[in-house]
Ligand binder design. Structure first.
Ligand code: HXC
Ligand code: NAP
Length: 264
């Protein structure tokens, strides 16, 4: 049962990269359950189609799957064109597509570092830029970037992802500054450790879970719903005066240096 009224996003269209799985599928589900139609983006067309069907069946709203690699501007533009063809506009852009793995800086290849920056940071820019041109500039809206807290102190084995998310935070503020007068809000959510996600599966082995949860001030990992609720708030009129904000949703995890615990 949601704490939000179920029509707070009625008439809105959300374009969500990474919407075929994990946290961003949860965000898409929440947006649709509160009245929005959605377009989801990822590389794996089969998984994306299955997610779109599941989300439509669960919420009764429309969900269009547009397979694309966010590193390729022509594919990104084609996905946005398909969104505009179907729905006429895009009100909310969620940049959640990301790639990650644990790797010491000492052995990380040129291409490994570049790959993560290209997916996370440049992918975020590609989608934001194309959505700005096609809908946001004329109609206003919200860009919601999915960041992390890895770079607040420093996280071992995460030089690539930390650099990528730090740049996303910076981009969030730059676009908020330049586009506020156009009625475009630009915010980010920085999740902490979120249970049952690919991100945590990659970063923390299951046998470390209990110890890691003890390192979180609120003594638990977050849920996909915790992040979806934050996204709903930021997408709602209740946040109409919030822009350039990096909204940390992490149970306080980064405060004692959770990143260091991850690498033990
Ligand atoms: C070292 C690695 C590596 C690893 C890949 N590479 N995995 N290096 N350790 N474990 C290197 C490769 O050797 C290659 O470099 C380069 O990275 C590109 O690899 P590809 O496999 O060709 O890349 P690609 O097919 O584009 O796949 C991207 C990917 C992959 C990031 C490597 O894992 C992916 O698609 N991930 C998407 C899903 C995902 O990661 N979700 C988690 C997001 S969670 P060389 O030099 O050999 O060519 C997240 C959490 C943040 O972001 C914070 C949590 C707290
Ligand atoms: P996830 O399920 O693996 O989500 C990543 C999504 O991005 C997948 O749907 C993937 O789909 C898509 N993607 C990856 N590369 C892409 C590309 N080049 N082009 C288009 N789509 C691409 O992982 P998650 O854990 O839910 O993470 C979601 C977001 O939350 C990410 O931004 C992550 O950095 C952030 N985050 C997660 C945590 C956590 O605890 N899990 C913590 C902090 C931040 P395809 O493979 O089909 O392309």
């Amino acid at each position: 049962m949601s704490v939000f009224r179920d029509d707070i996003l009625a008439g809105k269209v959300a374009f969500v990269t990474g919407g075929g799985s994990g946290i961003c599928k949860g965000i898409t589900r929440a947006f649709m359950a509160h009245g929005a139609d959605a377009v989801i983006v990822g590389r794996n067309a089969e998984r994306l189609e299955a997610a779109a069907k599941e989300l439509s069946d669960a919420t009764g709203r429309q969900c269009l799957a547009t397979p694309a690699d966010v590193r390729e501007p022509p594919r990104v533009e084609a996905a946005l064109d398909a969104a505009i063809d179907r729905f006429g506009k895009v009100d909310i852009v969620v940049n959640g597509a990301a790639g990650n793995f644990l790797c010491p800086a000492a052995t990380m290849s040129y291409n490994a570092f570049r790959t993560v920056l290209e997916i996370d940071t440049i992918g975020t820019w590609n989608v934001t830029r194309a959505a700005f041109e096609r809908s946001l500039r004329a109609n206003g809206g919200l860009v919601l970037n999915i960041s992390a807290t890895l770079h607040y102190a420093a996280t071992p084995l995460q030089a690539h992802a930390s650099a990528a998310k730090a740049a996303i935070d910076s981009l969030t503020k730059s676009c908020a500054l330049e586009w506020g007068s156009l009625g475009i809000r630009v915010n980010a959510i920085a999740p902490g450790p979120i249970d049952d996600t690919e991100g945590m599966a990659k970063l923390a082995p299951p046998d470390m879970k209990e110890a890691l949860e003890k390192a979180v001030p609120l003594r638990r990992f977050g849920t996909v719903e915790d992040i979806a609720n934050a996204a709903l708030f930021l997408a709602s009129d209740a946040a109409s005066y919030v822009t350039g904000e990096i909204f940390v949703v992490d149970g306080g995890a980064w405060l004692p240096g959770f990143g260091a615990a991850l690498a033990q």
